[in-house]
Design a protein around this ligand. Structure first.
Ligand SMILES: C[S@@+](CC[C@H](N)C(=O)[O-])C[C@H]1O[C@@H](n2cnc3c(N)ncnc32)[C@H](O)[C@@H]1O
Length: 261
């Protein structure tokens, strides 16, 4: 994602202008602990002598939207976590996950991408499962740290599309992650999930269905999810969900997809 934006910046800017934009971006003091690489932004600056000198330069995206209005960037999520506007936060563990965990008698190595407050990650770790919770928003990671406290799992601040774990996972838990991704990023979702899982591993969790064009949350049509995952997975479970939060009510289903080969 970030790499694609970087290439876009290279193409659109030319010569010294491009170099200046990319250099300023690389030196931006806003780079967080998760790192912000190649986002294709330019920095707007007031003309010399105008504007308060202490005013922070505001990054403006190539498409004209500020970074904190672009859900493909951590800034979007940082803003919402920092302002406490997190209507997806369940504050606990959904019933379908608890039931699924009870059905498993092993202790899988689990990845929770886009973990947010990480309630489920903490709960699964307390069951003795080996859990890695991952998020690219520094504010989300701070919230997760608060939820998790001193826990036995691993909390990673990284972009899902760049993350390179030492070992593949047995299980990836999905909740409100696919629907947080702008649709232009969906094409890479199935391939990444497949690559992060060991053979025979499973992608399990909640998928948000619908056809509303705007998001987040970006709902998906059933046939579109099938098209995303069928090349790499076969669906094993598909159930309605009864304890959805209002923001997802009536639109989410619990599904388990088994990794092919
Ligand atoms: C709607 S929130 C859901 C959080 C959590 N899964 C939950 O159910 O409460 C989406 C989360 O995904 C994270 N996220 C979005 N894109 C990401 C990416 N490319 N890599 C890692 N995290 C990402 C956001 O920072 C945010 O914390």
């Amino acid at each position: 994602m970030a790499r694609r934006d970087s290439r876009e910046a290279m193409t659109i800017f030319r010569g010294a202008e491009a170099l200046e934009a990319l250099t300023l971006k690389a030196e931006s003091p806003k780079s967080g602990p998760c790192g912000r690489r190649g986002q294709g932004v330019i920095l707007s600056r007031p003309p010399a002598g105008q504007g308060p000198p202490e005013q922070e330069e505001k990054p403006i995206a190539m498409n004209g939207k500020p970074d904190d209005q672009r859900p493909e960037l951590p800034d979007f999520w940082d803003k919402r976590f920092n302002e406490g506007v997190t209507p997806w936060n369940a504050g606990g563990v959904p019933a379908a996950l608890a039931a699924y965990a009870a059905r498993r008698d092993d202790r899988p190595r689990v990845l929770v991408p886009g973990c947010g407050h990480a309630w489920e990650a903490g709960w699964l770790a307390r069951r003795g499962w080996e859990v890695t919770a991952l998020d690219f928003s520094a504010a989300a990671v701070a919230a997760a740290r608060q939820t998790l406290g001193d826990w036995p799992g691993e909390l990673v601040c990284a972009d899902f599309f760049d993350y390179a774990p030492a070992h593949p996972f047995d299980l990836i838990y999905e909740r409100a992650f696919l629907c947080a991704l702008p649709r232009k990023l969906w094409a890479g979702y199935g391939r990444r999930m497949h690559a992060l899982l060991a053979p025979g591993g499973a992608l399990a969790g909640f998928f948000l269905f619908g056809d509303e064009p705007k998001g987040p949350p970006f709902a998906i049509a059933p046939e579109a999810l099938e098209a995303l995952l069928a090349p790499w997975f076969v669906r094993e479970e598909d159930q309605p969900v009864s304890d959805s939060l209002p923001v997802f009510a009536g639109r989410e289903r619990w599904q388990v997809w088994r990794r092919l080969s």
